[in-house]
Ligand binder design. Structure first.
Ligand SMILES: Nc1ncnc2c1ncn2[C@@H]1O[C@H](COP(=O)(O)OP(=O)(O)OP(=O)(O)O)[C@@H](O)[C@H]1O
Ligand SMILES: [Mg+2]
Length: 503
């Protein structure tokens, strides 16, 4: 039996006429952690995909004096000097299409969940051109995160790139995931790209998406800290191609890159191993370019191009609140604004720890729903004044009545901006609560009763959604009607008494 099998195999082997010309096979000259050097190719293109033994792939990154520096896209423990390497004559691509929805894949789009192979609609290169200027339209539609401090004070529009930055453990991932979950009522596809993270942290995100019924409209692309740096480097580009498939079909997509600090580190590691000259903080000179060409792919497409959009929330981790370090400043200059999370606010229990003073949204204001204009300017003003006055009042300085009142209102506004990690608010709820705070309705409510007041307002608020989403927002009459309704609700709940309120 086995003799017959081997006979057949032997014959098949003899009949096989592999015909790689000499130039198409190279030899591994050196293997390192994450990279290899290969010699023997007479011709090779930059970024060309190469096939190594054992199903391992790599991309040609540097070519110098007959030696090619290859970024390996996987575990290379089995690789040895002298192994053969073959050209593929194509660049790295990733599967795209609706079959990816609901799936967890690696940096090359290979399934990591136990749900079988993915029937890709097609394969797209992971590096693609950003939409041309003429194919873009201004950011004009909001992307609600469900977090009141962000939607009111730092609004994000569809097609915008808004950086989330802060020290470690300040709630960066929580905000990004919350924004994804808040899309469950909207027709927005979500992609979460985890780069260099602990596997347990990614598992928690997936759990959260599943528990909130958004997983079936999401894709999770993950290259963890244990994966080859080449995979960590390519993951966000692959994830963006997966997003673009939907965007080019007129869909709105939200993509999270969590986080680009680790992406930059993976690239630094690769560059040093490939012996590229290091520049500032040992990063290679093109570190700015690798992030700008990634984030330039986010855009609001014009009507002629189907009107789809790609909104990006890249995450960056700062060290000791240093937002002027190299990578953070690069990203701040590439993106359309930033949400800064302060470890000091986090320690004080002011969550989400968004520092409104240091956060900005440069294009989202145009996309924000009109109704927010009733509350947003006052919100920022009282908040800023409060931050300033708080320092004074700590010295026990004597303050006049007006200043004291501003301080009290600012304190309440900061308190009312707190929001639980798993709590998402509709626009109507946010505006109701914030209007109550900025107009002074809550001045008479004791600080510790504010959460209760918020619950009452959210419960008893008349249905405003149709009025609020109208183009022009609320007029003065509408505004005083809501205020009156909220006042009555608070009085009925015994949180304020009839005479105390002022405006
Ligand atoms: N609004 C919130 N209310 C209560 N707890 C929160 C809130 N936001 C975040 N947390 C908690 O704070 C902790 C840190 O959050 P998260 O993991 O999102 O931070 P991170 O900045 O992404 O951390 P890392 O630097 O490890 O990536 C978590 O335990 C999370 O549950
Ligand atoms: Mg995180």
């Amino acid at each position: 039996m086995s003799a017959a099998l081997f006979g057949a195999l032997d014959e098949a082997r003899r009949n096989l006429r592999p015909d790689p010309t000499l130039a198409e096979v190279g030899i591994v000259a050196e293997v390192g952690e994450g990279v290899a050097h290969v010699s023997g190719f007479s011709e090779l293109l930059i970024d060309e995909l190469l096939s190594f033994p054992g199903g391992l792939y790599g991309t040609a990154s540097t070519i110098r004096q007959g030696m090619a520096g290859i970024v390996l896209l996987g575990d290379a423990d089995h690789l040895q000097t002298g192994d053969e390497v073959r050209r593929t004559k194509r660049t790295l691509d990733a599967p795209v299409g609706p079959a990816l929805l609901g799936r967890v894949v690696d940096g090359l789009g290979r399934p990591l969940d136990e749900r079988g192979p993915i029937k890709a609609a097609t394969y797209w290169p992971i590096e693609r051109h950003a939409p041309a200027i003429m194919d873009r339209a201004p950011v004009s539609r909001p992307l609600q995160t469900g977090i009141k401090s962000i939607d009111a004070a730092i609004p994000v529009g569809r097609g915008q790139r808004e950086l989330i930055l802060g020290d470690r453990q300040t709630g960066k991932t929580a905000i990004a995931v919350s924004a994804m979950i808040n899309q469950s009522a909207e027709d927005v596809i979500c992609i979460y790209c985890a780069i260099g993270q602990r596997t347990s942290a990614v598992a928690r995100v997936i759990q959260n998406l599943k528990a909130n019924d958004v997983m079936q409209r999401s894709i999770v692309v993950t290259a963890s800290g244990e994966d080859a740096p080449g995979l960590q480097f390519s993951a966000p580009y692959a994830a963006t191609s997966m997003a673009e498939y939907f965007v080019e079909r007129g869909k709105d997509v939200l993509i999270i890159y969590d986080d680009l600090t680790r992406h930059a580190r993976a690239y630094r590691e690769l560059s040093l191993l490939l012996r590229r000259p290091p520049a500032r903080e040992a990063y290679p000179g093109d570190i700015f370019y690798i992030h700008s060409r990634l984030l330039e792919r986010s855009a609001q497409l014009s009507e002629a191009k189907g009107g789809g959009s790609l909104t990006a929330l890249p995450v960056i981790e700062t060290q000791a609140q240093n937002i002027s370090a190299y990578i953070p400043t690069n990203l701040i200059s590439i993106t359309d604004g930033q949400i800064y999370l302060s470890p000091i606010l986090f320690q004080k229990g002011i969550l989400p720890a968004v520092d409104i003073g240091l956060s900005v949204s440069r294009v989202g204001g145009d996309a924000q729903q009109r109704a927010y204009r009733m509350v947003a300017p006052d919100l920022r003003l009282y908040y800023a004044q409060y931050e300033e006055l708080e320092a004074f009042s700590r010295f026990g300085a004597r303050l006049d009545k007006d200043t004291r009142q501003r301080l009290e209102r600012g304190r309440r506004i900061r308190e009312i901006l707190k929001q639980g990690e798993h709590d998402r608010m509709t626009m109507a709820e946010q505006i109701g609560v914030l209007l109550a705070a900025t107009s002074g309705l809550l001045d008479a409510v004791a600080m510790e009763k504010l959460p209760e007041a918020e619950t009452v307002i959210r419960r008893d608020l008349p249905d405003l959604s149709s009025q609020l989403s109208a183009k022009e927002g609320l007029d003065d009459k509408g505004k005083s009607e809501i205020l009156q309704a909220m006042r009555t609700a608070l009085e009925n709940a015994g949180l304020i008494s009839g005479e105390e309120t002022s405006s």
